[in-house]
Design a protein around this ligand. Structure first.
Ligand code: FES
Length: 181
């Protein structure tokens, strides 16, 4: 299926490109890929990559190289909720393995898979940069921190029930303060 930026995104791209000197427009490849991915249900199809390449007058392979380097870009379809579980050492020390197991059991899929209803995709990722509140998962653009198997189950249930989610610490910690503060 072809990909073309929407009118709204074309206006955003115009604003993005203004930030770069005329001979450095290719530096806008990251924000354009991000925009393309958001428009394309969370992943970059070959057509979306081609659209970015055409826009920036870059060889498609160069754009693909960038897209395949950063793990925030998905090169295959993902579910409506992309659940990225941090498995790096600080989260691992705070039992991220149990968080991974809980996610897999709750959703009935393994890491790297998408549920049949295309609602959830599970990925394991490296440090999300919120280690102080480990263990951490990222769902789409939001972080969920200080997790326990129970809070993970609650998050998935709320998503399934269409309820509002509590972003950030799941144990009412303020930012990264110790709970006793
Ligand atoms: S190690 Fe998990 S957020 Fe840094």
């Amino acid at each position: 299926m072809g990909f073309a930026f929407t009118k709204k995104n074309l206006a955003i791209i115009e604003g993005i490109l203004k930030k770069y000197p005329e001979d450095r427009k290719t530096s806008a490849v990251l924000p354009l890929l991000d925009l393309a991915q958001r428009q394309n249900d969370g992943w970059l199809s070959p057509d979306a990559i081609e659209a970015v390449a055409n826009f920036l007058n870059m060889p498609e392979i160069r754009v693909f190289e960038v897209a395949s380097f950063y793990n925030m870009f998905n090169l295959k379809p993902v579910g409506k909720y992309h659940v990225q579980i941090c498995g790096t050492t600080p989260c691992m020390l705070r039992d991220s393995e149990n968080i991974i197991k809980t996610c897999e059991n709750e959703l009935g899929i393994k890491i790297g898979e998408t549920t049949k209803d295309s609602l959830f995709t599970l990925s394991e990722v490296e440090c999300l940069g919120a280690c102080v509140n480990a263990p951490v998962i990222q769902i789409n653009d939001d972080f969920y921190e200080d997790l326990s198997p129970e809070s993970v189950k609650e998050i998935f249930q709320k998503i399934k029930d269409g309820k509002k989610l509590k972003i950030g610490s799941q144990m009412n910690r303020q930012c990264s303060k110790a709970t006793s503060c």
